[in-house]
Design a protein around this ligand. Sequence first.
Ligand code: NAP
Length: 277
Amino acid sequence: MSQNKIPLAGVIGCPIAHSRSPQLHGHWLSANNVAGFYVPMDIAPDDLETMLRALPKAGFVGVNVTIPHKEAALQIADEVSERARLIGAANTLTFLPDGRIHADNTDGYGFLTNLRAGAPEWEPASGPAVVLGAGGAARAVLVSLLEAGVPKITLSNRTQARAEQLQTEFGDRITVQPWDTITDSFPAAALLVNTTSLGMTGKPPLDMDLNMLNAQAVVTDLVYTPLQTGLLQQAAARGCTTVDGLGMLLHQGAPGFARWFGAEPVVDDALRRAVLG
Ligand code: NAP
């Protein structure tokens, strides 16, 4: 891209109206005095590759991709980061000067950075982690926890076969526990992570008895609507450190912003307020 073009970035999904990424990047653009724009784009799956190949010609330096395009974007990309390959999906694409598309996945980075910021006492070596859920978000969480050095992860999902598939893929530091006996793994847990959509506004609650959980355990929820989910409220009442899911969304956006616009974005309360609207 020539130096005098205004840099453009955006988020591609289908639908896209719910995305908070425009508020996130919009805040960073003005906070960093960057003369650029970040726009939401509703693109049908059949048009994804055509659009991705055309956007750099219109001045786009990169895009985020969200549901349902995360896996397809990985296939289309010409260059793939190791973490995106492991997760099996992309959320951050960068258009390289030679026309190639670089794919990355920053969800695991966002998860871990948020966890470390919200619970500085937590260390990967603190002990076993319990992860609830085996969907797309769980893949990113597992890859980041394994990479950080968590010694053992107990994984549980309503559809057990999906958890077993992840165990096969990611190896023997992961143990699968049936959904209806998951609380048996709570006494040893140093970290409990909800990656299911349970507890989200409009979804059923995550009905889980935390009585067996150690008060030293850290509890985090990927759901951030509401910010204080039932799980986090229950964990706080037990004396556990809790970390809400909004920070993951904020931190996952930072590497893309830095790459595309050349400024280091800051995750702070002003950003949280801007994104919560
Ligand atoms: P997904 O791929 O659709 O996976 C959904 C997960 O929730 C699966 O494990 C599913 O279990 C489980 N689930 C759904 N309904 C259930 C029920 N009634 N009982 C038990 N389990 C149930 O979704 P995803 O992309 O992984 O996202 C999961 C959640 O994380 C969403 O709420 C999403 O908004 C949130 N998230 C947040 C961030 C962030 O930045 N904070 C990032 C990514 C995702 P089955 O396999 O049995 O269906």
